[in-house]
Design a protein around this ligand. Structure first.
Ligand SMILES: Nc1ncnc2c1ncn2[C@@H]1O[C@H](COP(=O)(O)OP(=O)(O)OP(=O)(O)O)[C@@H](O)[C@H]1O
Ligand SMILES: [Mg+2]
Length: 291
């Protein structure tokens, strides 16, 4: 099976993230989801076949489902002008064309459960992003209500959690309220749908952009790379939850003895195979569609 860990389009400016290659087509952008996978903040040297396609099709599904203006245009590359020597077969299925917007420099995080940096902060101070929470919550506890916990979009290193007031200082009161309300609305819509399919959407990150003063949902949406999905059947508060997609990878990396402070090792074929199967399962379970 082909694995795409890097794409190439002759002569087109590109920005490579951990997982995606983003090409600048002028008024539009071409998002190519590669098969790269990251864990513990490192991109692994081994790709996961089909992962890029799964993530692209999942985002497409959510853009169709969610009740919000968005940047998504098409996944059909015959509709765009690409350089003559482009290997369309390699890109088709893993790529989407979106409207280019002015990115609003805030990561709009919504948390429905206590995990990750939220859990760490709660242990220290009883708050999440400065918002006070009831006492006695456990790791992975469901929150009384979903919380909007914005963070900065750092060019380098880690995004930093900020308070709503700090967000207001950056983008203004009106836009902050709008992004908060939209984020909570689409988190709830997505979480309800996932729940019907036996999946908990613990938390997620949205990004928004401005186009002709209209606010659009941009980037990828409700994929395992931007969200924590937990299988409901295995959910139990009081501990970390198995991740729907990356658990085999994380478990294997931990057992491998890798120090998480140096280039990560290649994954063995059985871990790769099982991870591909997990991504496909996540897609089919969430969307009710056959991959
Ligand atoms: N419609 C859009 N218009 C303009 N920029 C967009 C649009 N949608 C997404 N973006 C931006 O494109 C970039 C995609 O980069 P990508 O997510 O691949 O890498 P990254 O955010 O730099 O790093 P990471 O791999 O950690 O996510 C992000 O900066 C995102 O804000
Ligand atoms: Mg990103």
């Amino acid at each position: 099976m082909t694995v795409v860990v890097e794409s190439r389009l002759t002569g087109i400016p590109v920005k490579r993230g951990k997982v995606r290659d983003v090409y600048d087509l002028g008024d539009t952008l071409l998002f190519v989801a590669t098969d790269r996978i990251s864990a513990f903040d490192y991109v692994l040297p081994t790709g996961i076949p089909r992962k890029g396609e799964v993530l692209t099709r999942m985002s497409e599904f959510w853009f169709e489902q969610l009740d919000v203006p968005h940047h998504f245009l098409t996944t059909d590359l015959s509709e765009v002008d690409l350089p003559d020597d482009t290997d369309i077969d390699l890109l088709q299925g893993r790529s989407m064309v979106v409207r280019r917007t002015q990115v609003i420099p805030i990561e709009c995080v919504v948390r429905g459960y206590l995990a990750g940096s939220g859990w760490k902060e709660y242990c220290r101070t009883g708050t999440v992003c400065g918002l006070p929470l009831p006492e006695g919550l456990q790791e992975s506890s469901r929150l009384p209500e979903p919380l909007f916990t914005p963070s900065t979009k750092a060019e380098e290193g880690h995004d930093e959690n900020i308070s709503f007031e700090q967000m207001v200082e950056t983008v203004g009161q009106e836009l902050s309220e709008k992004l908060r309300d939209l984020s909570l609305k689409i988190y709830t819509q997505g979480a309800d749908l996932a729940r019907e399919r036996g999946i908990i959407l613990a938390d997620t990150k949205f990004e928004f952009g401005l186009l002709d003063s209209e606010v659009l949902l941009i980037d990828e949406v409700l994929t395992p790379d931007s969200s924590r999905f937990w299988p409901e059947s295995e959910y139990a508060p009081g501990r970390g939850q198995p991740s729907f997609d990356k658990q085999y990878v994380r478990d294997w990396l931990i057992d491998s003895g890798w120090d998480r402070n140096s280039p990560p090792p290649e994954l063995p074929p059985d871990v790769v195979e099982r991870t591909t199967a997990r991504y496909i399962e996540a897609y089919e379970t969430l969307t009710g569609r056959i991959f």
